[in-house]
Design a protein around this ligand. Sequence first.
Ligand code: APR
Ligand code: PHB
Length: 402
Amino acid sequence: MKTKVGIIGAGPAGLMLSHLLQLEGIESIILESRSREDIEGTIRAGVLEQGTIDLLNATGVGERMMREGHVHEGIELQFRNKRHRIDFKELTGGKEIMVYAQHEVIKDLVAARLDAGGQIYFNVSDVSLHQIETDTPKIKFCQEDGRELEEIECDFIAGCDGFHGPSRKAIPDRVKVEKQKVYPFGWLGILADAPPANPELIYSNHERGFALVSTRSPEIQRYYLQVDPNDDIKNWSDDRIWEELHARVDMDGWRLTDGPIIQKNIVSMRSFVCETMRYGRLFLAGDSAHIVPPTGAKGLNLAVADIQVLAKGITEFYKEGKEETLEHYSDICLRRVWKAQRFSNWMTTMLHRDFEHSSFEHGIQLAELEYVTSSRAAMTSLAENYVGLPLEIQSNAEKLQI
Ligand code: APR
Ligand code: PHB
């Protein structure tokens, strides 16, 4: 097989890249190790920045999101038994966020790719990358039920295969620069069959630990509890989950409505950056290059931002014979990635209860919350980061020429 761009992974990064390239008339093939049903049904986070909303709309895949998603103009921060609203729309000159589950974005992108005749191979195995330092990189893989290894010859490989995929591992250790922090926190996430509790998300810092009130639809709600990352979900009966949620978010005169829990799991939290986002003709994008803790709601949005840079670079390569954006791909993406890392780390540190902390450190944490909910400058900083910082696609070299 032959194509221009071989894409490993049909997450938001791989699907969006294939979609943007197709709009420019550039062909690609996507290889995905899981089934279509699996990727379309896996529950992940669900907050889209203004820039992500705009991109989905501008490229013709935003229609269902606009119909079924929920626009939020702000969030609430809760601590010391009080709620404080951060008004994004007012503080950022009109920007908003959309609560629309990641697997719904995946469904819309898969449908758009298949409708346009795009090639997605699901259920592939044994994916490996070859000759990535050359102009003719190759991907080897086995098709579903196939025993023979097949080969795709391409001009570029996009490693969009998440944190555990083979792409990042194909970069030699001697050139790879990786940085990470692991948090002593886990998130227990549930989907509950219950009516919405609040018109906006509530981030609660409580003595017993962090809790988050989010939503999915008028019938289904999404809630999270800070737990020990090594805890076992079997230790969490539905009654215990509700008891803990009530303790951490209920206030005088306001009580979360219970309902049957239809899904629950625990995830650990880390911040991770692979600064070598480009090696030869291999480009990493999304979770394969960086992971953020979910407190800032940035994961999917960062993946989409990388892809816009990569799609621009590849398009310039074919249409104008220019390689500058591709050459500077890592630097261009990393500037924004590190800012999102800063914000996600800050939100996580401010909102979670670190049980190793002294009473002094806890005092500083509450003062941070008092400050961020009382100073307009601090609120604006939170708001502009949450709705998404601008995507500056120009490289340093291009900026200097202006
Ligand atoms: N071969 C083919 N596909 C693979 C392989 C492999 N060896 N390994 C992983 N994959 C696939 C996964 O099955 C998954 O569908 O790559 C895809 C990666 O998708 P995501 O993990 O969703 O990563 P990304 O597209 O970068 O999107 C980032 O996803 O995990 C969330 O919070 C994260 O919102 C963020 C977003
Ligand atoms: C979600 O709805 O899944 C969600 C919302 C906000 C976050 C993380 C996850 O910060």
